[in-house]
Write a protein that binds this ligand. Sequence first.
Ligand code: AMP
Ligand code: MG
Length: 407
Amino acid sequence: MLPFEKALETVLNSARPLGTERVSLADAVNRVLAEDVKSDMDMPPFNKSAMDGYACRRSDLSDDLEVIEIIPAGYTPAKSIGPGQCAKIMTGGVVPEGADCVVMKEYVETRRPRASGEEGRETRDENRESRIRFVGEKTKDNICRRGEDIKAGDVVLRKGELLKPQHIAVLASVGHANPIVSKAPRVGIIATGSELVDPGTVPEPCQIRNSNSSQLAAQARSMGAAVTDYGITKDTKEAIDNTFKKVAAANDVIIVSGGVSVGDFDFVPDILRRNNIDLLFEGIAVKPGKPSVFGVSEDLYCFGLPGNPMSTFVQFEILIKPFLYKLMGCERRGENVRMALDASVERKKTERQAWFPVAITAAGTVKLIEYHGSAHISSLCPADGLISMDVGVSQIEKGTPVPVRLI
Ligand code: AMP
Ligand code: MG
C-alpha cells in the first residue's frame, strides 16, 4: 500500500497555483500574499509620545518648568521646547522640537496659575496648570522614535505569507489597502450515502445525519477556501454522476465523502474514472482513511475520502490542507509543536501510519484521548491535536517528545 508520505508528495506535486486577485483588507485574512509589500512611510511616522505627560529637556528635570503648549494626539506642535519649558502631551502626540523626554503625568506636581492675592496651590492633575515639577526618581525617554519599527521602503511582508490578523494590521499601517493574494480555491463538497439525512432532520432507525459536509466545509472555509456544500447524493451511479458533473463545472477541487471503499454501492472511483479523472492513487497506508483516492484532470482535483467522520477529518488535516495551501501559493503542512507523551502508547498492527487524538495537559505534556475508531468524531472535541505512529512502530515510550499536529 502507498505510504502516506508518498500520497502527500503526489498531491503536492499535482498542485498548480490558481492565479491572483486583489482583495480588500476585510477579505484578506487567511489568504496568501502574492506580492512583496514595502512600507510607504517610517513607522512610527514621527517622534511619538508613549505616555500622557510632559515633553521637556532631560537636563531640566530638577527644575520648575513652564507649560507652554498642550499637545493632543493628531496635532502639530506650534512651539519648540526651550530651557525651563515643557509641553503637556498625550499618548500618540508629536514630541515637539527641543524635547528629549516625556515624563509621565503620574510623576509630576502641577501648579495652577496664580490669581491675584491667592497663593499658588499644589494640585495633582488639572489642565489649567502653568508650571510643573518632576517628582519621580528617574524617567525613561518615553518617546517612540520615528522609523524605529519600520523604515520607509522596507519590505514588511513577503510573497507567500499566510495572512493572519497581525499581518492585516501591518498591511493597513503601511497603506496597502488592497493586497494581491492568490485566488481562493473553489472547493465543492459532496456527501454520498443513501443512509444520510441533513443535520436538521431526525433520522429514521436506518439513517444517520450527514456530519461530513458541514465539517469539511468548516475545515476548508477556515483556511480561506471558497466552499460550496452540495449536500447529500444517494449511492447510485446515476446520482453520483449527475452531482459530479454539476460540481466539476463550478469548482477547482472536489471532496467526496463516502462510497470509495469496497462495498457493493461504493461507486465513486468508477464515476471519477468515467468522467476522465486520472486516479493517481487508490488507497493509502494510513489510519483512519485507508481507502482515500486522489485524481486529476486538466482543471480539476478530486479527493474521495471514506465516509467515517474521523477519516474525513484527519485526511483533510494531513492530506488536503497542505494541498490547498500549495494551490494558494504557500508551503505549509499544518501547525506542529513537539511535546512529551504523558504515558506510553502501544499498538499491535503496524502496517499503516496511525493518527490519534490527544489533549495538552496542564503539565505541558500530551495525553491520548479515549478513541474508539474512525466513527468516533466526538473524541476530537476535547482534543488539542493529533499525533501519529509511523509504519513499523508499535510503541512510543512515556516522555518521548512527539510532533503534535494542532487542530
Ligand atoms: P462509506 O465510506 O460510504 O462506506 O461510509 C463509512 C461509514 O461512514 C458508514 O458508517 C457511513 O454511514 C458513515 N458516513 C458516510 N458518510 C457520512 C457522512 N456524510 N456523515 C456522517 N457519517 C457518514
Ligand atoms: Mg457509503
